[in-house]
Ligand binder design. Structure first.
Ligand code: MRU
Length: 345
């Protein structure tokens, strides 16, 4: 596996460092973050993205705010406002506000304590991803068969989207380690191409066979019998198992149901939101119209039309064969599954 660190804290600089995912795969470049305005811009431009990675960034962001506040003499009210801005920089992935809140709870103990909390969140995320990958791979083998598999995935859920290893892509990695991956079909994931730019980059680096396909090709590929299982990540899982994930995920779930293959959601328990009872209550981020009206900066629609650009959709629980966390693989039936998924029940 390549040494992909989407997020880390540079001790010497005492600064947050992000791998700039907007430049991949063309260029590996890092962004040093020492100010909240830079952090907010990085989160909103998707320099760093993916729910678990956003949780880690949110936690380190509290340390960035504390250091900037100390340099600039912020009032307590200003500090709280800036930290709240980090938490709400993107609304759909629950991990961002969760990571901020967890680190913020240590603020009164000083920057070192906040950093220790952020490091712990990152470590825990890697551990959770490894465990859910084992559970998910076992579930897939039991359900689909212990044989080389063709997996369809959407968006990027790998090391780049997490503190390391990955969720849905973590299951793919685990299956590959068991010699059970024939091929991965990676939806390109319009409009920002997390599938072709990031997932394919991660898989190619490890020699895992991968086809990039247009999002619109996913349904027919499944329908033609070329896919054994669809595995995706999550930005927020509601108590009943309804799952928000990258726009286009619902289409994959509907296609999987029609093709008779299982549709699996993989996420660490930190992505399960016990305060949200169903997908109806999940806020869907709307992104700039230009992202769908242009391609690589070139207009691809007439100037007089508007763009409509929801970043996520919600897949209803009844289309999901299993939600997999580091605690359990659960088939949601409409009952409250949050505590099982969070390892509390
Ligand atoms: O807009 P993004 O790139 O942050 O969206 C990411 C996704 O939808 C991922 O599937 C999800 O966050 C899970 S990442 C392990």
């Amino acid at each position: 596996m390549p040494d992909v660190r989407a997020v880390h804290w540079d001790e010497q600089r005492s600064a947050l460092v992000l791998l700039d995912q907007t430049r991949l795969p063309a260029e590996v470049r890092h962004l040093v973050v020492e100010e909240i305005s830079v952090l907010l811009d990085a989160i909103q431009r998707l320099v760093v993205r993916g729910a678990p990675a956003l949780g880690v960034v949110g936690a380190y962001g509290v340390a960035v705010a504390m250091q900037q506040g100390a340099r600039e003499g912020w009032t307590a009210a200003r500090m709280s406002d800036e930290i709240a801005r980090i938490a709400s920089a993107r609304p759909t992935a629950v991990n961002l506000s969760w990571g901020v809140a967890r680190a913020d709870a240590r603020r009164s103990d000083g920057v070192a304590a906040v950093l220790a909390e952020a490091h712990a969140i990152a470590e825990e995320d890697i551990g959770a991803n490894r465990e859910l990958s084992r559970i998910g791979a076992d579930w897939v083998c039991d359900r689909v068969g212990h044989r080389p598999l063709r997996v369809l995935t959407h968006c990027n859920t790998g090391a780049l989207a997490t503190a390391g290893w990955g969720t849905a892509l973590g299951i793919v990695r685990e299956l590959h380690a068991r010699g059970l991956i024939e091929a991965v079909y990676a939806d390109e994931t319009r409009p920002l191409l997390q599938g072709s730019r990031l997932t394919a980059w991660e898989l190619a680096d490890e020699g895992i066979p991968c086809f990039v396909l247009a999002d619109g090709a996913a349904a027919s590929t499944a329908q033609r019998g070329l896919v054994d299982v669809a595995i995706v990540g999550a930005d927020r899982v509601a108590r009943n198992g309804d799952t928000a994930n990258k726009i286009g995920t619902l289409g994959v779930a509907l296609a999987a149901r029609h093709a008779g293959i299982p549709f699996v959601v993989a996420a660490p328990s930190t992505t399960v939101d016990p305060t949200v009872s169903s997908g109806d209550d999940i806020v869907i981020e709307m992104r700039p119209e230009e992202e769908v009206l242009t391609f690589a900066g070139t207009p691809v629609a007439p100037g007089r039309v508007r763009g409509f650009n929801p970043a996520f959709d919600v897949t209803p629980h009844d289309l999901i064969a299993a939600v997999v966390t580091e605690h359990a693989a659960v088939t949601p039936t409409g009952a409250d599954v949050a505590e099982i998924l969070r390892g509390i029940a």
